[in-house]
Ligand binder design. Structure first.
Ligand code: SF4
Length: 471
């Protein structure tokens, strides 16, 4: 099937009867479908005790953010030490082999480890996001490039990307409390790996000063994202310094700390009082000044929210700190409508605003996690309407090459046989086309073969570019 921007037919989630027909049968006005409220049920009690290495850990210890950080697993042998007989030797070898090839290091918190289903490690959607298996890996797409979003090319200073006119992205540090396979910043985040030497973006005063001075000198900048790495790893005094300095700049109207922390180490909100108090004080000052401060977080699956998340969110909400969520669409994790619907409803229930669902970026070692544009379009259609519009995330492609976020449906051209989609971003970079490529193993066999030959690849790409309506 080949589709242009004006031809979006053939979708398996489209209704099979017209709206009129539907209304005369089962969907009469006022009739109610059974409502699934499973999103309100959170894992309870001391769920971590099922992990052999955490059997003796009491609640106070498990809620201590320092204990979580100190006991995070960073070596494959550490997984075996904590999981014991629950992790077979063949799975351990599979994991060890995978980590020799991928750009992201192993780091998982005890909390995250306890959310994984170790009775079915190969099928578990949480394991899949953080711990690769060599037996499940696929070759990278031939069009993949490291730093596929070209953040460094759009950075006037190291770690400061200025792409949209009124917004900058400040990469304040290059470490995280866990390392995710899908990380778009695998070019810089975390330690070097066997397969990859990384760009250094350490949390240094000189780099921050240069970035803050740049923001102060550019009055068009109203919006600042502080990311990394992960703001959860900033010390209490560092988060205060960055926030206060931004609040001193009159033209900064919005800033947001980006952190996966709530999904993988919510204990910090409950027990790191110095950090939380500084965040809350910043929020109070921001509100007094009429500035919008936010926390952006990163839940990908409903299992990632527990009773501990509920408590952490209550504390944030009571302090008036608003939270938005950005989900990464991943094969075998959340690429089905029931999971995404439950995730969005659960986030809404927690007062976390579902903001974006990202099509998985083209990141090394993640071909097995990426989905096609067609899947993303179908899921957007299938999930819209399952909750209120303001709690419905926008499905976007972060356009490879630096076009910024584009609505997934807004392609100029898409051919789901070759897997090539073309987007334009005239307000970001006029006269440029941005191409995304579906994972090759999802394409028809004939097109998988064409991707094996460089000349045929080039011909498919050239043909896709010719279909752009105007440049
Ligand atoms: S927490 Fe964010 S920055 Fe860190 S590895 Fe995960 S996706 Fe990348």
């Amino acid at each position: 099937m080949e589709r242009s921007a004006n031809d979006k037919s053939s979708n398996r989630h489209l209704p099979l009867v017209s709206a009129e027909e539907s209304e005369t049968s089962s969907q009469r006005p006022g009739s109610m479908r059974p409502v699934d409220v499973s999103h309100r049920t959170f894992s309870e009690g001391e769920f971590w005790r099922k992990i052999p290495g955490f059997e003796a850990i009491d609640e106070a210890t498990f809620l201590d953010h320092r204990w979580q950080v100190k006991n995070s697993i960073t070596k494959v042998a550490g997984l075996k030490a904590v999981l014991g007989e629950r992790l077979s030797d063949d799975v351990i070898e599979d994991i060890a082999e995978a980590f020799r090839e991928v750009p992201m290091a192993l780091r998982v918190s005890p909390y995250l480890l306890a959310l994984m289903n170790w009775d079915d490690p190969k099928g578990d959607p949480i394991r899949r996001q953080f711990i690769p298996l060599a037996s499940r890996s696929l070759p990278d797409h031939p069009k993949l490039s490291f730093d596929s979003l070209r953040e460094q090319a759009d950075a006037p200073l190291p770690g400061l990307t200025h792409r949209y006119p009124d917004k900058v992205l400040l990469l304040a540090l290059d470490t995280c409390p866990v390392y995710c396979r899908f990380c778009t910043r695998s070019y810089a985040v975390g330690p070097d790996q066997d397969a990859v030497a990384k760009v250094s973006l350490k949390a240094t005063t000189s780099r921050w000063e240069a970035a803050l001075n740049y923001i102060a000198r550019h009055p068009q900048v109203e919006d600042v994202v502080i990311s990394g790495g992960d703001a959860w790893n900033l010390r209490a005094d560092q988060i205060d310094t960055l926030g206060q300095r931004l609040l001193d700049i009159e033209h900064v109207r919005r800033f947001r700390f980006a952190s996966k922390g709530l999904a993988i180490l919510p204990q910090k909100i409950l027990t790191d009082n110095a950090w939380f108090d500084n965040l809350a004080r910043l929020n109070e000052r921001a509100r007094r000044q009429g500035v919008d401060m936010m926390l952006h977080t990163h839940f990908n699956h409903p299992v990632e929210a527990t009773w501990i998340t509920q408590q952490a969110m209550l504390r944030l909400h009571q302090a008036g700190i608003h939270v938005r969520n950005q989900t990464v669409l991943q094969r075998g994790v959340n690429d089905d409508a029931p999971t995404l619907t439950r995730l969005n409803r659960r986030l809404g229930y927690l007062n976390i605003h579902p903001y974006y669902v990202y099509v998985h970026d083209m990141v090394r070692g993640t071909e097995t996690l990426r989905t096609s544009i067609k899947t993303a379009c179908e899921l957007e259609i299938a999930t819209r309407g399952s909750t209120a519009g303001f709690n419905t995330p926008t499905f976007v492609v972060d356009a490879p090459g630096g076009g910024g976020k584009r609505c997934v449906h807004s392609f100029d051209h898409y051919d789901d046989q070759s897997g090539i989609s073309v987007y334009r971003a005239p307000a970001v970079k006029a006269n440029e086309a941005f191409l995304y490529f579906d994972p090759i193993d999802t394409l028809p066999k004939a097109f998988q073969k064409r991707w094996q030959h460089p000349e045929q690849r080039d011909a498919m790409v050239a043909a896709a570019k010719r279909r752009i309506r105007r440049l």
